[in-house]
Ligand binder design. Structure first.
Ligand code: ATP
Ligand code: MG
Length: 423
């Protein structure tokens, strides 16, 4: 356990390491990312579903692979009170596949799913790397053709484009081929890396037998130098895998989606085959991957279902939220300000009436009129509807333009009409 995790702390006052509260200004960015993605995905026919944040541990353990980083060291796994082993979901795909099987959705193929929400991984926290983070995720089940991959990649590109990130991201593309091609590549790669084993990092050396493809994903400087000269998978592809990849590239060309081939790109989980891709940016330092995905044709079968092809991607909401321009401000509120306690009831009634009529309204809760006006200022209110005793007697209010200071008396019955342009 890293040293700073044992430091004395007040567990009631501190969030757990690697988790954070998303306060209102950040949440606007967060929401802009999710809502934009949801909206673009809907245009592609992807309907939103929501799966539980925890599943039986086997759902992840059996599918992601024992040697993946996630299963070997990142899962939040615990026994619940009845002794079942549960895991907080580290990613969405396995849960979508489980839901597909539990709900017998085989009649609904092809199934297009959009989902989003928190994911949990025990990682070393840093900028853009958290223990509770959020993903948006799309999955397409039941389409074996590369056209399915073209569609979900185009969807990813369109989401990033709609977020204003087109010029900040690059699509990197590779294929992992079918099982036969991967096995052939695996042995070529092990031969090559074996010759350099003594210079590999200890992590990579450990992977040499269990999961050599993962070494290509190593972030260790020394490893990277060795990997740079490693054989590429393209030389190990059999004919059918090669053709599938050519179709994918041709489809992306036809869709006008630009990409860069990256023969070292692999996905960290065992269930991937064929298409593998990542959208990366230079603007987030080491945590530069904003959206990543690929094809996982073996997954559903591995979980006990009929063979069902699948392809999809997930994107990190926090990383995207850091990249986008600030979303437009919320509408400025109208402040309803009772001058004194006697007008409070009437003020509340008017505030409610205006809210129900579609205005954004805040109420000056307490104190002298000056304090209530100060609060209206702090909230950046565009108008204050001031209720004094004299105006009240005439069933009217003073409406003050908070920018110019101009005020006019408006009959209470006419407030909605007078303020209509602010709705
Ligand atoms: P990395 O290589 O950065 O660890 P990964 O391959 O583990 O990424 P995926 O499982 O592909 O990531 O997750 C998809 C996306 O979710 C990532 O591209 C990233 O944007 C985001 N993501 C993954 N892990 C985290 C995390 N711990 N904190 C914040 N975002 C994350
Ligand atoms: Mg990771």
């Amino acid at each position: 356990m890293p040293k700073n995790e044992t430091a004395p702390r007040n567990p009631v006052l501190q969030p757990v390491r690697g988790t954070h509260d998303i306060l209102a200004p950040d949440f606007r960015r967060h929401r802009a990312v999710v809502e934009t993605a949801r909206c673009v995905a809907a245009r592609y026919g992807y309907a939103e579903m929501s799966m539980p944040v925890f599943e039986f541990t086997e759902v992840f353990q059996r599918t992601l692979g024992e040697t993946s980083d996630i299963v070997s060291k990142e899962m939040y796994t615990f026994a619940d009170r009845s002794g079942d082993s549960l895991t907080l979901r580290p990613e969405a795909t396995a849960g979508v596949a489980r839901a597909f099987l539990s709900n017998g959705l085989t009649q609904d193929l092809p199934l297009k799913v959009f989902c989003q929400g928190p994911m949990f991984r025990y990682e070393r926290p840093q900028k853009g790397r958290l223990r509770q983070f959020h993903q948006i995720d799309v999955e397409l089940l039941g389409v074996a053709e590369p056209l399915g991959d073209v569609e979900i990649i185009a969807l990813g590109a369109d989401v990033l484009d709609a977020l204003g990130l087109k010029d900040k991201v690059t699509l990197e593309l590779n294929t992992l081929g079918d099982r036969e091609s991967r096995l052939a590549y695996r042995s070529t790669l092990v031969d090559y890396l074996g010759d350099h084993a003594t210079r590999l990092s200890s992590d990579s050396r450990a992977r040499l037998e269990r999961n050599p493809l993962r070494i290509l994903d190593s972030k260790d400087e020394g490893d990277r130098a060795i990997i740079a000269d490693a054989p590429a998978i393209s030389d190990s592809l059999n004919d059918s895998s090669r053709r599938i990849f050519e179709d994918l590239c041709a489809g992306l060309d036809a869709a006008g989606v630009a990409y860069r081939l990256n023969p070292r790109l692999v996905r960290g989980l065992d269930y991937y085959c064929h298409a593998a891709f990542e959208f990366t940016t230079e603007e987030l330092g080491a945590q530069g991957t904003v959206l990543a995905g690929g094809r996982y044709d073996g997954l559903i079968e591995q979980m006990g279902g009929q063979p069902t092809p699948g392809t999809g991607w997930a994107a990190g909401v926090e990383r995207l939220a850091m990249l986008i321009a600030a979303p437009p401000e919320e509408p400025r509120p109208i402040a309803v300000v009772p001058v004194g306690e006697d007008q409070e009831e009437q003020a509340l009634a008017i505030a409610l009436r205006l809210r129900r009529a579609g205005f954004t309204v805040d109420l000056g809760y307490s104190g002298k009129v000056g304090k209530r006006m100060k609060r209206a200022n702090k909230l950046n209110a565009c108008r204050a509807v001031v209720l004094g005793s004299e105006e009240a007697a005439r069933r009217a209010a003073m409406v003050r333009d908070m920018d110019t200071g101009e005020q006019v008396e408006v009959p209470l019955d006419c407030l909605e009409t007078h303020l209509a342009h602010l709705r």
